[in-house]
Design a binder for this molecule. Sequence first.
Ligand SMILES: Cc1ncc(C[n+]2csc(CCOP(=O)(O)OP(=O)(O)O)c2C)c(N)n1
Ligand SMILES: [Mg+2]
Length: 355
Amino acid sequence: MFSEAFDGKVDYLQVMDEKGNVDQQFFPKDVDDNTVIAMYKNMMFTRAFDNKVLSLQRQGRTSTFAPSFGEEATHIGSAMAMRKDDIFVPAFRQTGVYYARKMPMDLYLLYWIGYEDSNKIPKEVNGFPMAVPVATQLPHSVGIAFAQKYQGRDAAVVVYVGDGGTSEGDFSEALNFAGVWKTPLVIIIENNQWAISMPREKQSAAKTLAQKAFAAGINCIQVDGNDVMAVYKATKDAIENSKNGPTVIECVTYRMGMHTTSDDPTKYRTDEETEKWKLKDPILRVKMYLTAKGIWNDDLEKKTIEEQSKELDDIVQKAEAFKPDPEGMFNTVYSFVPEVLKKEFDEAKASNYWQ
Ligand SMILES: Cc1ncc(C[n+]2csc(CCOP(=O)(O)OP(=O)(O)O)c2C)c(N)n1
Ligand SMILES: [Mg+2]
């Protein structure tokens, strides 16, 4: 005889649709008009930052850059749901998360210019440096979350991983430990449909990426990742429940731009696909919502664009004025300075590298 060994189902949540209509039943109770405006402005800034840095990169003023075009709701919804003491652990494409968590953006920009000094994140930001080796941030995040629990702190950890990252061993191993230890962890799968040129359907035969949580005994949900309100609600709920254990949130979004500035997506995907996703733009729907409510208009939009443009000019000016200390190349790699580096250091110093 067969009986049921396990019953699993993944819910999908959308609160605000493509036209800005909201499902009142699921609209987060703690979100007032000012909060929606703040979400909108944060998303606008994230996009403006992308445009600015892309232009700097094309002028040779930054190194490779990974823009977030189209993924702003996933960043801002999740970051704004975090409490002050919650900690975020990013991958490498979470500009909006850093911004909403009040990272000084000139410091953030230094990373893309190529200075490791960017990784000295101010304590109050409660965030970690970017992790480029795919999914390696996940085992770390489980340890960080375990430490919160062990020390009796009321803080959750929110970690980000791409759709591609879910195929890594680190992902499965991290989820397994997080489930067994019931760590206060929220795992955001930022499913932007592509891992460089590898499409989502070739990444996994699973119908959702969220369901990978079942194998680890972890709660999961799939949300419209272009809906800032759904992402906010799911993250808030997961943080509230984090004392009982982790949650996986799959945010279904789309990478509107290139993987990084070294990539040309026209080589492997069609314009039709991109055009289809343009209609689901995460920023546009919030604008429609605010406009229909009579709390946003062209004047406010223009004023915000001007303010953010000035904010960006200041950020770039500050970042470009940064003078790195070349000694860091030698004395921050190891806990001690090995002989070979000491020799190079002496040579560099003798060659007036510091002038
Ligand atoms: C362990 C490892 N393998 C390969 C790479 C090269 N690489 C950088 S990003 C990337 C794809 C990541 O895709 P996804 O996890 O979906 O994140 P996204 O770039 O879409 O945000 C790859 C293969 C890497 N950085 N680290
Ligand atoms: Mg991806």
